[in-house]
Design a protein around this ligand. Structure first.
Ligand code: ZN
Length: 139
């Protein structure tokens, strides 16, 4: 069995952003040379997410609105976590809602997606460099 590991670096200029990282994951899969197996993609931070859904502008805005309604950034005093001196209590909650990782089947050297599936990175406390782990195992 082969095993391949790669870190993707992401720096969002905004506090919150949704970014399609499918091309970078497909590039990692090509580099791995693996034809049949599994591909794990996870955020290495507790204030950002990796998830799968459609790449559609309205949907991305809906996610932002939905998350901001459930866990608004302000007032900062809303979150006990911010008593530590941080200001990202909302980002921890948003990451928990959107999840940590995805696993995609690898078939015939391709990510074996459903019709509209794409891999996204969801940033909730951006403006600094962050990492996403891609781990691929198989033959
Ligand atoms: Zn924090």
């Amino acid at each position: 069995m082969k095993s391949f590991r790669k870190e993707l670096w992401i720096q969002s200029p905004d506090r919150m952003e949704f970014r399609n990282i499918t091309p970078q994951v497909e590039e990692a899969l090509r580099e791995s040379g693996i034809q049949e197996g599994l591909c794990l993609v996870n955020s290495m931070h507790i204030t950002s997410s990796v998830y799968i859904n459609d790449d559609e502008r309205g949907l991305l805005q809906d996610y932002g609105d939905f998350l901001e309604r459930l866990a608004p950034h302000e007032p900062l005093s809303r979150y006990r976590h911010n008593l530590t001196g941080e200001d990202n209590g909302d980002a921890h909650v948003k990451r928990q809602i959107m999840g940590r990782e995805v696993v995609v089947a690898v078939s015939a050297g391709k990510l074996d997606f459903g019709t509209w599936e794409q891999i996204f990175y969801g940033e909730f406390d951006g403006r600094r460099r962050k990492r996403v782990l891609v781990k691929i195992i198989g033959e």
